[in-house]
Write a protein that binds this ligand. Structure first.
Ligand code: ZN
Length: 284
């Protein structure tokens, strides 16, 4: 029996039919344009494969309040045409099988717990740094939710001495995302992350991300913090975050933290979202 998975991204959507072990049987990609143009071919593709269920990993923000009539809808987003799109309902009705939705960050956290860097841990914290900063935690493979998903990329951060970059979050200006997302780095240093070789840039970036590691340590109290997104794959960067987090924690930890195992790079790369969506589908 096959299962269906959709990864909904800002530039493209991926849909896949997976076997029970989450191996990809077939896959299609569609550029993200309007909801109808994007979703119609994906729904057709999934229908033809007759999956028993479908899981969606989507960019947010998404209304995930189970009591809400808009459960599974994209809420307000700068992506033209996508605000108030009932993504879950459109796909569930289109494909006609049990379907549920997680954010892309939640899906990646669960995937890393299941078969990646978070394997063997009860509580996995997950941070991804890209065009935005997404972060959440999962307990036994279930993403934490209050009345909806977390938005930890928007926590306030303490400005590093001498850093006069104003921040680029349209809502909070100098929140974590405003100071440390990919576009914020590019804006501050005048070059994109891949080409950024200035060590000071990466030390500064690690210092801001360490503030979220500290927040995680004292709130969710995870046993591992996994970093996803392209930034985390940069050589030496995880070590820089470990060093900055050690400084941020400053010896105040309830249990001893071995930074080598506490902070890890994600190991599933680009596939984490799709695998997370597959895990969700398999659980339905
Ligand atoms: Zn913000």
């Amino acid at each position: 029996m096959t299962i269906g998975a959709i990864e909904a991204g800002g530039t493209k959507f991926r849909a896949a039919l997976l076997d029970h072990d989450l191996e990809i049987i077939s896959e299609m990609r569609v550029l993200t344009t309007t909801p109808k143009e994007t979703l119609d071919p994906l729904i057709e593709f999934l229908r033809s494969g007759q999956p028993r269920s479908v899981g969606i990993a989507s960019f947010g923000p998404i209304d995930l309040d189970p009591r809400s009539a808009r459960y599974g809808s994209i809420v307000s987003t700068p992506k033209v045409g996508w605000s108030d799109t009932p993504l879950l309902n459109l796909i569930a009705e289109g494909v006609g099988v049990p379907t549920d939705i997680q954010t892309d960050v939640e899906a990646a956290a669960v995937a890393e717990w299941d078969g990646g860097a978070g394997q063997g841990h009860v509580l996995v914290a997950y941070i991804t740094v890209g065009t935005g900063i997404g972060a959440t935690w999962a307990i036994d493979g279930v993403p934490y939710r209050g009345q909806t998903h977390t938005e930890l990329g928007h926590i306030p951060v303490t400005r590093v001495d001498g850093d006069d970059y104003p921040g680029n979050c349209p809502f909070h200006r100098d929140c974590l995302e405003g100071m440390a997302s990919g576009p914020a780095m590019a804006d501050r240093w005048g070059t994109s992350g891949e080409d950024l070789t200035d060590l000071r840039a990466w030390e500064l970036e690690a210092t801001y991300l360490a503030q979220l590691c500290r927040t995680f340590t004292y709130s969710a109290a995870p046993s591992v913090i996994v970093f996803g997104g392209g930034v985390s794959q940069r050589e030496g960067f995880i070590d820089a975050i470990r060093t900055a987090t050690t400084q941020a924690i400053n010896n105040y930890a309830v249990v001893p933290l071995n930074m080598e195992s506490y902070i890890q790079a994600a190991s599933l790369g680009q596939e984490a979202g799709l695998i997370g969506a597959g895990l969700l589908a398999r659980s339905l």
